[in-house]
Design a protein around this ligand. Structure first.
Ligand code: ADP
Ligand code: MG
Length: 229
């Protein structure tokens, strides 16, 4: 469904991604793990059509990604400054007006699960609660591809597990591909179908989590320690 073919992305002289090849199929929750600056956000932006490869191609369903890809890709980079005077409710209404696949009922179901107050102003939300709102907004779209850039950072470690488990109930695992970036793989271990490790713009590992367990008898965290040595 998503394919990277020899994708290199440079920002002036800086190589953010170096000849990345990758194939991702639907119906999976995939973790993209790597240290800060390794190229995770760049990969998501390329899939969302918000930036373009310097060389190579990113394809969705065999078509080159372009700005119109936003209609099938649910992606939120940062909640913009523009909306900081909106409250949660108004922000949800705004997103509902922007995307025809936005499911308002689902948004409020997730909001309730996240224990967010619809009246809160965005500029008053803690980092953790902005993370919760990001999860609400991106999962409320019935889009075939959902990209979440570090949705858990800023959340209290105590609540991460329950939020991660909750995510599952709002994903349509038959139809949707969910790609989540993190630098804390431990939080996602229980829900991932596949894990991809990236380092300095290069994919250094890509595995099916179940196979990893069966064939190499490794959990994701153990696997990570073997490849980052
Ligand atoms: P990650 O999300 O894993 O932290 P990024 O994809 O944001 O990594 O960044 C990869 C590399 O590209 C980093 O070295 C970063 O400094 C650089 N980079 C990202 N965006 C830009 C930009 N707009 N201009 C210049 N360099 C950038
Ligand atoms: Mg990033």
């Amino acid at each position: 469904m998503i394919s990277f073919q020899q994708v290199t992305k440079k920002y002036r002289q800086k190589v953010a991604l170096d000849k990345v090849n990758l194939k991702l199929t639907e119906g999976k929750i995939i973790g993209l793990v790597g240290e800060n600056g390794s190229g995770k956000s760049t990969m998501l932006k390329l899939i969302a059509g918000l930036t373009y490869p310097t060389k190579g191609e990113v394809l969705i369903n065999e078509k080159t990604v372009n700005r119109r890809s936003a209609s099938i890709v649910s992606y939120l980079s940062e909640l913009d400054e523009y909306y900081r005077f909106y409250n949660v409710e108004k922000t949800i209404a705004f997103y509902a007006s922007q995307f025809s696949d936005f499911d308002l009922k689902k948004a409020y179901d997730i909001l309730t699960f996240m224990k967010l107050d619809p009246e809160s102003k965005l500029k008053e939300l803690s980092k953790g609660n902005r993370g919760r709102l990001k999860i609400v907004l991106s999962l409320a779209r019935n889009a075939p591809i959902i990209l979440m850039d570090e949705p858990l950072s800023g959340l209290d470690p105590m609540v991460r597990q329950s939020i991660v488990k909750g995510l599952l109930s709002f994903v349509d695992l038959e139809k949707q591909l969910v790609l989540i970036t993190t630098h804390e793989i431990r939080d996602l271990e229980t829900i991932l179908d596949e894990v991809i490790a990236i380092k300095d713009g290069t994919i250094i590992g890509h595995h099916n989590v179940e196979q990893l367990r069966e064939e190499q008898n490794l959990g994701i965290v153990e696997w990570m320690t073997t490849i980052y040595e």
